[in-house]
Ligand binder design. Structure first.
Ligand code: BV8
Length: 250
């Protein structure tokens, strides 16, 4: 990691009051959660359009639930990694700090982050397709596939935003406000291809924020970032954190 870059970033971060962190599947990769578009990505085994869409659920709720139940089983034993933990610690380091995540695995909260905006929902939450009620259900595996609402008997669906579905406007507004009011936005572990999440760093930059990207490889966002740290989030974030705490030591 370029030492000069770290110095520059730390110096800038030390003065930042409002920091936003946008994360994607890459922040959970070192915890063992497969990413979506990597070489062994989740979409490889299944085409997103065959599973993560309302049409797929309409057509075959059992198949869609088998995929989500399998993913819940993958995620259940998983622990947050050093990257999640550094981000959680930054809530006590910066004046205002928020995590905006595309991930549905709940690992930021498990690592201790309190201020988390889940753009695409949460794999542990189920929503009644008729009443719209949302419950957290941790059963793993689910006793019945597809699960049905105990109140009205309608199918329950994952409380997750599928392709072709709009994000919850309240959630998107909050994420947009955080992006447009921060002085620094970290963009960590995302291929930056899924909208509207991928547009948030541009909104932040337009509002004057510095963009710091951490990813194994460059993305379409990289040319627009002020700093790019190539490598694993679980290795890079602890180094940045140590230097930052050194720098800001009273
Ligand atoms: C919507 C839930 C209005 C499912 C997901 C504008 C332009 C272009 C397209 C569109 C647009 N507006 C809408 C669209 C269509 C679509 C879209 O964006 N398609 C893309 C693919 C082109 N968007 C939508 O449909 C959205 N809805 O806009 O509503 C509307 C309505 C109707 C018609 C049109 C518009 C809804 C999007 C939400 C979809 N749901 N997830 C589930 O999880 O089961 S998206 C899915 O992709 C996941 O949530 C995931 O988080 C997200 C993004 O992927 P990433 O997180 O970035 O993961 P990925 O594997 O791709 O990349 C991992 C990265 O990490 C890589 O870069 C890798 O290098 C890096 N990495 C790996 N290891 C590490 C690492 N980095 C650091 N350290 C490591 N160790």
């Amino acid at each position: 990691m370029g030492e000069y870059q770290v110095e520059e970033v730390v110096e800038f971060l030390a003065g930042a009051g409002r920091v936003a962190v946008l994360t994607g599947a890459g922040i959970s990769a070192e915890s063992g959660v497969p990413t979506f578009r990597g070489k062994d990505g989740l979409w490889k085994q299944h085409k997103a359009e065959t599973l993560a869409t309302p049409e797929a659920f309409e057509r075959d709720p059992k198949l869609v639930w088998e995929w989500y139940d399998w993913r819940r089983g993958l995620i259940a034993p998983v622990e947050p990694n050093a990257g999640h933990r550094v981000i959680a610690g930054w809530e006590r380091l910066f004046g205002e700090m928020a995590v905006i995540t595309q991930n549905v695995d709940g690992l930021h909260a498990k690592a201790g982050s309190q201020n988390v905006v889940e753009l695409h929902g949460n794999i542990w939450k189920l929503r009644c397709t008729r009443e719209g009620t949302v419950e957290e259900v941790r059963d793993n595996p689910l006793p019945h596939i597809p699960p049905v609402c105990p109140n009205c008997g309608s199918f329950l669906r994952p409380h997750i935003v599928w392709f072709g579905e709009s994000l919850d406007p309240v959630v998107l507004d909050r994420a947009t406000d955080l992006s447009e009011s921060c002085q620094v936005m970290f963009v960590i572990g995302t291929s930056a291809v899924v909208h509207p999440a991928a547009s948030l760093p541009y909104a932040a930059a337009r509002a004057g924020a510095k963009i710091i990207e951490v990813n194994l490889e460059p993305t379409s966002l990289t040319p627009h970032a002020n700093f790019f740290f190539p490598g694993k989030a679980g290795e890079i974030l602890p180094v940045l954190d140590r230097q930052l705490r050194e720098w800001t030591k009273p």
